[in-house]
Design a protein around this ligand. Sequence first.
Ligand code: NAD
Ligand code: DAU
Length: 350
Amino acid sequence: MEQRAVLVTGGCGFIGSHFVRYLLRERSWRVVNLDKLTYAADLARLSDVTSDPRYQFVRGDVTDAELVGELFRRERPWAVINFAAESHVDRSILDPAPFLETNVRGVYTLLEAARRHQVERFLQVSTDEVYGDVEGLPPRVEEDPLQPSSPYAASKASADLLCLAYRRTYGLPTLIARSSNNYGPYQHPEKLIPLAIRNLLKGDAVPVYGDGRQVRDWLFVEDNCRALLEVLERGRVGGVYNVATGVRTSNLELLRRICMVLAEELAADPNSFLSRMEFVRDRPGHDRAYAVSVERIRNELGWRPSVDLQEGLRRTVRWFIGNRAWLERTADDSYRAYYEAVYVQQWGMP
Ligand code: NAD
Ligand code: DAU
C-alpha cells in the first residue's frame, strides 16, 4: 500500500529542515517539501535524507496557485505543515513587501488548496511575536489579543487570522503553533545566536541592540519539532498552541553564556569574547519581551522541552565550530550586503 503523504512547505529553511528529518525518522509517511529556495534556504541542510525514497523536493512558490493545486492533485497530502515564510524581523523593517506576499498571500493560497482537496490537518507554524511586546505583562495565553509590532509579526498574525477564519467559515481543520525563538544547528547567521557565534569566531564585534535587556524564551529547535508533530497529530482541530520553555533570558545574559561556552570549547579566555559586545542603535519598534504560557500544550498534549539553554547552547556552539565552512558559505555576498545595509547604514556600526 502506498504511504500517505504530508506536504511540508519551507522545508529547506532552518526549522523546516529539522522537521523534515524528524518526520522521516519518526513516521513512515512520504514527505513532499515545497520550497522556493530564497536566500534563507539551503539544500545542504537535508543532504542526508535526499536518497530516502519517501522524500521528495519540489522547487516552487507557495503563492503560485497553479503549482500548489497541481501538487495537491498529484500527491493528495493528508496534512500540510506550513513553515514557508520570510522570517527575519530586521529584513521586514527594510522591506515588508515579500513578507506580505509569502506570509499572507502564500498562506491564503495554501488554505484555498487545502480546502478544495479536503486535507485532514493544516498546521500553520506561527510565532509568539503575534502577541506583541509583553514587557510587564503576564505570559500570553492563546486567547489573548494579537498586537504585532513589526511588519514580520503583523504578517504572521494576519496568517493566523486567516487560518482561524477558514476553520470557522469552511470547517477546514486548521491548527496553529506559536513558538518562541528557536535556535540550533544550521540556523542562518542573520539571527542573533549564529550571528554572535560567527562574529566571535572571526574576531569581530557583536552588535547588541539598544540596552541588550530585551527578553526572549530560547527553544532548542528539536524540541519545537517534537511539539509540532504532537500538535499535528493530537492537537484539537481549530486549536492554537503556544510552544516555549517558560525560561526567559535577556539578550545580554544569552550573549554572556555564548561567550562562556565558546571559551570552554576553544580553551580560550572568556574575556577575549566578552569584550566584543558592542551596543548599537536599537531595532525600530523593538519588542522588549516575549513570554507565553505553555499550560495548554503541557496539559493537553503532555509536551515539555527536553533540552535546557546550557545544553542547547553547547550543542549549537559545537556544531558551528565544526561547521565553519557552512557558516561562511551561508554568509555570502548577499549576506554581506544585507549586513552592511542593517548594521552599518541603519544601526550605525563602524
Ligand atoms: P527560514 O527563514 O530559515 O526558512 C524559511 C524557508 O521558507 C526557506 O527555505 C525559504 O526558501 C522558504 N520560503 C520563503 N518564501 C517562500 C515561498 N514564497 N514559497 C516557498 N517557500 C518559501 O525560517 P525558519 O526560521 O526556519 O522559520 C520557519 C517558520 O517558523 C516561519 O514560518 C517562521 O515564521 C516560524 N517561526 C520561526 C521562529 C524562529 O525562531 N526561527 C520562531 C517561531 C516561528
Ligand atoms: O519569537 C519568535 C521569533 O524569533 C520568530 O518568529 C522569528 O522568525 C525569529 O527571527 C525570532 O525573532 P527575533 O527578532 O526575536 O530574533 P533575532 O535573532 O533577530 O533577535 C533576537 C534578539 O536579539 C532580539 O531582541 C533582537 C536582538 N538582536 C538581534 C540581532 C540579529 C541584537 O541585539 N543584535 C542582533 O544583531
